[in-house]
Write a protein that binds this ligand. Structure first.
Ligand code: NDP
Length: 283
């Protein structure tokens, strides 16, 4: 049988998006005749692109910048998590209907458990940032039983909107701390997550303005930035002997969840991790 099943990512720009490398490696490893297409779609062409997705009978999609919110208007339904987060990064076709889901936070959580060995239940978490990644991570952490959440962000209105939506979706009341000068990590924090884009390639010399002096020895420092995998923040945390979790973990596990969501099969996690690591190291 020569007909391939199609999935892919729509974004703009999208040329540097490495997800296709790990999904294609996974399809090959389990012998599925599936293709993952990396497709550049300008914002004004998104509606036509989704009509194309329907016409081609594509099995699923990932969405990246700038389509994660705009795509919602073109879908048939949303999962509760996607509705709570207000953004979609993954779509699945179910009986001809396109269902929007958000796996960013779920990917973070799976990495937290599998790679860092941490259970989010009862944890006190500080999140730097209030954008899409921060919302997804905060929502899933709250649903998984994190007890305290502090949002540190430059723009107050964005953080306040995130906190209101989080309370409505999960019942967790988070605290906002304005980001003025270095943020001193509280001595009772369990997890610190950078969900800003500070440190992202090519700005690899940048580091979120945080003071780790008062951080407790059990603090886990996680970064959503995956390129480079070792950000300056993670290097600084490691130098202090703190545990770290890189953005590659979150990216791999959201890909693992996408694979399972589309194909209904267990994902070859090790193959996906290896393919992604190699792609990002330029091999
Ligand atoms: P958004 O644009 O939605 O949000 C960006 C956030 O970063 C905002 O809170 C913004 O603050 C803050 N920020 C940006 N620059 C600065 C700065 N110079 N100083 C202080 N705050 C700043 O982006 P996303 O949430 O979509 O993505 C955030 C990061 O997460 C990106 O690096 C992205 O690559 C990564 N990511 C990783 C994933 C993974 O699987 N590993 C998945 C999804 C995202 P303000 O509100 O004040 O503007």
């Amino acid at each position: 049988m020569y007909k391939a099943e199609l999935v892919g990512v729509l974004g703009c720009p999208v040329a540097e998006n490495p997800t296709g490398v790990m999904q294609e490696a996974a399809f090959q490893a389990v012998g599925l005749n599936w293709r993952y297409l990396t497709i550049e779609v300008q914002p004004e062409n998104l509606a036509d692109a989704i009509r194309g997705v329907r016409a081609f009978g594509m099995r699923g999609l990932n969405l990246t910048i700038p389509h994660k919110v705009a795509v919602i208007a073109h879908l048939d339904d949303l999962t509760p998590a996607a509705r709570a987060i207000g953004a979609v990064n993954t779509v699945r076709r179910e009986d001809g209907r396109l269902i929007g889901e958000n796996t960013d936070g779920k990917g973070f959580l799976r990495g937290l458990r599998a790679d860092a060995g941490r259970d989010p239940a009862g944890q006190r978490v500080v999140i730097l940032g209030a954008g899409g990644a921060a919302r997804a991570i905060a929502t899933e952490l709250a649903l998984a039983g994190a007890t305290e959440l502090t949002v540190v962000n430059r723009t107050a209105s964005r953080a306040e909107a995130m906190i209101a939506d989080l309370a409505a979706a999960t019942g967790l009341g988070a605290r906002y701390v304005p980001w003025v000068g270095p943020y001193a990590v509280p001595p009772d924090a369990d997890i610190l997550v950078n969900a800003t884009s500070i440190g992202l390639f090519p700005d690899t010399g940048a580091m979120p303005d945080v003071d780790l002096d008062s951080a407790p020895p059990h603090l886990l420092v996680a970064d959503a930035v995956f390129n480079p995998p070792e950000t300056r923040l993670l290097a600084a945390a490691k130098a202090r002997g703190l545990a770290v979790l890189d953005g590659l973990s979150m990216l791999v596990y959201q890909g693992v969840i996408g694979f399972e969501y589309w194909t209904g099969q267990a994902a070859p996690e090790a193959v996906m991790k290896d393919a992604l690591r190699r792609a990002l190291s330029g091999e």
